[in-house]
Design a protein around this ligand. Structure first.
Ligand code: NDP
Length: 291
């Protein structure tokens, strides 16, 4: 049976470390870190995510602000809010909750955020710095996965990693970070057009699923002893039993894997913890005291 990686516990450790860092920064006369979240429209999942992030900020001693725009907001309206937050010295991090209503081009908004305040690390400048191995911030979900691996004692050096899913937010940066010097995994980045995906996945010592298809990855896709990290968050319909499921068939996979993350309680809480980490770092960088 696999060791279950407890994302809630590890995220709580990270949040405590951030809270200690924030207290130290304030005690040294530094600024109180401040995260501004921008929420457009009434998407219920987005509202929950933003509320969770704000609550986590407050618990870590980080100020949080919420800017709300209606569904009908134009790209120009949203850009005006981003510009105002860019210019506000009391704001250290800006988070625009995705997805945005269809009429607004996400890329235009993400590029308008001051890279120094881009705590999601989606701006092309921050993506470029990360790829070159000199990150200002690491993107929160892949960073959370790295911390889960590191703090659970899963080695990456010399290991074969397979990342399933090639989104800009999760899969692509995940693959890049695992391959970087110091982590030294040999990485395959798989996607919907990868032939014989089960065979590819069976080569993985570390299997990262970031697809968005409930329980797609079964027991026979997993190499015995592998570390299986499930990024997927899939809302099941009532017909499917309701609740949340990951991309991995957890019960079956746990019989063969060496380590496995549950959904919920795996990667999800880490994403929020790493956002706090980045917001603290943004305030440190603004104060010229980053370590
Ligand atoms: P995207 O929809 O942007 O990307 C999905 C990727 O999966 C694509 O690259 C797609 O391939 C690939 N894919 C789709 N179907 C298959 C298939 N049948 N076989 C192989 N690959 C397939 O999703 P995200 O990366 O944004 O999110 C992935 C999952 O992670 C979602 O469930 C999301 O909710 C969750 N998530 C969780 C977070 C957390 O904090 N835990 C944070 C962010 C996301 P192709 O490119 O060829 O279309």
């Amino acid at each position: 049976m696999a060791e279950i990686i407890d994302g809630k516990r590890i995220a709580s450790q990270v949040r405590d470390e951030v809270a200690a860092g924030v207290a130290k920064l304030k005690a040294a006369g530094g600024p109180t870190p401040c995260l501004a979240a921008v929420l457009v429209g009434e998407n219920p999942a987005s509202q929950v995510y933003v509320r969770n992030k704000q609550r986590a900020c407050e618990r870590a001693g980080i100020d949080s602000r919420l800017e709300r725009l209606p569904d009908t907001a134009s790209e120009a309206d949203l850009l005006a809010v981003v510009e105002r937050l860019n210019a506000d010295p009391a704001v250290h991090g800006i988070l625009v909750q995705l997805p945005l209503p269809g009429a607004i081009a996400e890329a235009n908004i993400l590029r308008a955020i001051d890279p120094a305040k881009d705590v999601d690390a989606f701006h092309p400048e921050n993506v470029g710095l990360m790829i070159q191995g000199q990150p200002r911030y690491l993107p929160c979900t892949p960073h959370g996965v790295l911390e889960l691996l590191r703090r659970s004692g899963v080695p990456t050096a010399g290991k074969q990693a397979v990342v399933v899913g090639r989104s800009d937010i999760v899969g692509k940066p995940m693959a890049m970070l695992l391959a970087q010097r110091g982590r030294d995994a040999t990485v395959t980045l798989a996607h919907s057009l990868t032939p014989d995906l089960p065979r590819v996945c069976r080569t993985a010592d570390i299997l990262i699923a970031a697809v968005g298809r409930p329980r797609m990855i079964g027991k026979d896709w997993i190499k015995p002893g592998a570390a299986v990290i499930d990024v997927g968050i899939n809302r099941l319909s009532d017909d499917e039993g309701g609740g949340l499921a990951g991309d991995v068939d957890f019960e079956a996979a746990a019989e063969v894997a060496g380590w496995i993350t549950p959904v919920p309680g795996g990667v999800g809480p880490m994403t929020v913890a790493m956002l706090l980490h980045n917001t603290h770092r943004a305030a440190q960088l603004a104060a010229g005291v980053a370590d």
